[in-house]
Design a protein. Structure first.
Length: 319
């Protein structure tokens, strides 16, 4: 190309520059179209977490945001608070495990778990199974022999928290032994049944609970489907601890552990007796001699008393 004294650009240069600009525009267009074609697929999953002190810091990262944050339980003695929240993230790029791992790497959080369905009922409903009206189990566990050794009414002065589906407070065998006198609606009878085994009133023409003088602190954490979210169970646990329960009963279990729930239970076990059902389907915890043993939590934890059921012939039941 020859440039004249007036610095006039030749037609060839103009064409080259035009081609260059066209190519750059096309590259930019392709990039924009590609970005638009890969839309983020928003996902929302419940999580539970614990922190030292109060959760005040905004901890949203590039891969997630938190909303609907709720304080479940405040452990003032250990200065630990337990929260539930909704985690929002791009499901095409990340899984809930990625989100939990990212939160665990943050110095703010102590423990993080998915707020999954943890528990299913471990006993038949009192509303549908008349079999449980037979109280042969009192003799099987030597309850009456133990009562004779006591100088007072069995269970008197003891408050047992029953974290379950609620309770029917007008039941004739329970109404005199309920710590919180309100009808915590029990849609399927499971919580009422469990409460009856523990503290059914005696000497009224009905049956008798193992500790028929105890008070029942009914705490609703599940509904008619017999399932419980970890967040609701942690909140119920906090209520039991804060209101002075001596024993905390949890007639439910799950195969998967929750680090957040485990932490809350361990701290509660320092001052409270924890009891949980070992599981359904005739499956015992892994440290037993039975076949097909499998750990069910929280019963499998060493700081929780795990309980299974047997029938009148001392065979392990299906529930």
């Amino acid at each position: 190309m020859t440039q004249n004294k007036y610095n006039v650009v030749s037609e060839g240069d103009i064409m080259k520059r035009g081609i260059y600009i066209y190519i750059m525009i096309m590259i930019a267009a392709v990039s924009i179209m590609g970005a638009l074609s890969v839309k983020a697929e928003s996902g929302t999953t419940g999580v539970v977490f614990s922190v030292h002190g109060e959760y005040l810091t905004k901890t949203d990262e590039d891969i997630y945001t938190l909303s609907d944050i709720e304080l479940l339980y405040s452990d003032e003695e250990n200065n630990i608070n337990y929260y539930s929240a909704k985690a929002h993230y791009d499901m095409k790029k990340y899984t809930i495990d990625d989100i939990i791992q990212a939160m665990e790497l943050s110095p703010i959080f102590e423990d993080v778990s998915e707020d999954s369905v943890m528990c299913e009922k471990a006993f038949p409903s009192i509303l549908t199974d008349s079999y449980i009206d037979k109280e042969w189990y009192l003799d099987a566990i030597g309850a009456q022999d133990a009562w004779r050794l006591l100088s007072d009414t069995p269970g008197k002065g003891v408050t047992v928290a029953v974290i379950d589906s609620g309770i029917y407070y007008k039941h004739r065998d329970l109404k005199n032994n309920i710590w919180n006198l309100n009808d915590i609606i029990d849609e399927d009878g499971h919580g009422t049944h469990v409460s009856g085994i523990i503290a059914m009133s005696a000497f009224n023409g009905g049956g008798a609970g193992v500790a028929y003088g105890a008070d029942i602190m009914s705490i609703k954490a599940g509904g008619s489907d017999g399932k419980f979210l970890i967040s609701k169970v942690i909140k119920a646990l906090g209520y039991a601890v804060d209101n002075g329960a001596d024993i905390i009963n949890m007639s439910f279990g799950a195969e998967n552990e929750s680090a957040v729930f485990k932490s809350a239970l361990y701290k509660a076990s320092k001052d409270h007796v924890l009891v949980a059902s070992a599981g359904n389907d005739s499956i015992a915890n892994d440290d037993s001699d039975l076949e097909n043993a499998q750990n069910i939590y929280p019963a499998a934890y060493p700081f929780v008393i795990g309980v299974m059921a047997s029938d009148e012939k001392n065979n392990i039941t299906s529930w």
